[in-house]
Design a protein around this ligand. Sequence first.
Ligand code: CP
Ligand code: NVA
Length: 305
Amino acid sequence: MKKDLLKLLDLSREDITTILNTADQLKYETKHSIHRDYLKGKTLAMIFEKNSTRTRVSFETGMFQLGGHALFLSGKESQIGRGEPIEDTARVLDRYCDGIMIRTFGQDEVEELARYTTIPVINGLTDFCHPCQVLADLLTVREYKAVLEGLKLCYIGDGNNMANSLIVGGLKMGMEVAVACPEGYDPDPQVLDFARSDPAHKFSLFRTPREAAPGADVIVTDVWASMGQEEEKAVREKAFAGYQINAELMALTNPGCMVQHCLPAHRGEEITAEVFEAHAQEIFDEAENRLHAQKAVMYLLMKEA
Ligand code: CP
Ligand code: NVA
């Protein structure tokens, strides 16, 4: 049966570990100029209904490095933008391609696409989650800290797609997860249910960053207004004032605490320029690891497909 990557909730700890280990191997091969065409002759369709820099470039480059081909379909310029139903697009792409990556709004669209295809579907971000980004984050943290289990991951800001995937990914890998969100901007209820469903999960939700940050080994934030929320910008600027990674907050974290940001970053909002630049190496390693983590996902899902 074909496998998809729709959300981290669908994956076990073993699945995530397999992806991270495969990513390590593929990264090693790339860094040592070992070229293997694992996906020779395969095509990945990439549907974008939202903007992207990292996701588009890392998937396209990743597919090229694996010996395959990626093609870009913009929501606006394809028939999707003129209202062709997702289930029809799915059944058409299924006849031409070997995998689909989709970035869109509703998680239901991605799930629908997966239902109507026999080829793997990979979620490149929805309003609900950003699994590829968090696989790259976990890969980066594991590279720096050697382990994930037992580390404290702190997330500051909007309970958005990034928060949802970090909570699920962090807890599945045995990390302690502490989140600080303003009231009204909590993570998705399905994610909170998951977090609170298992007594072994070390999870807490606070209303202030100062409560969540102490003892953090990795601290993460994201933009106050995500794609599609541009009209809420002013309201959100008020709601999120103070939900910032700055020097004062960093002083509460463990020595050697890493900073991760999926990018793009808004300096002076969710993170200060000072903290961003002090941790730029980790943040751009994280961006690089999108490539390696996604190559692992494509390899594992598409090799036999
Ligand atoms: N972090 C991330 O997904 O970046 P893009 O929006 O540039 O793809
Ligand atoms: N939360 C952000 C992540 C961007 C990569 C957004 O959805 O716009």
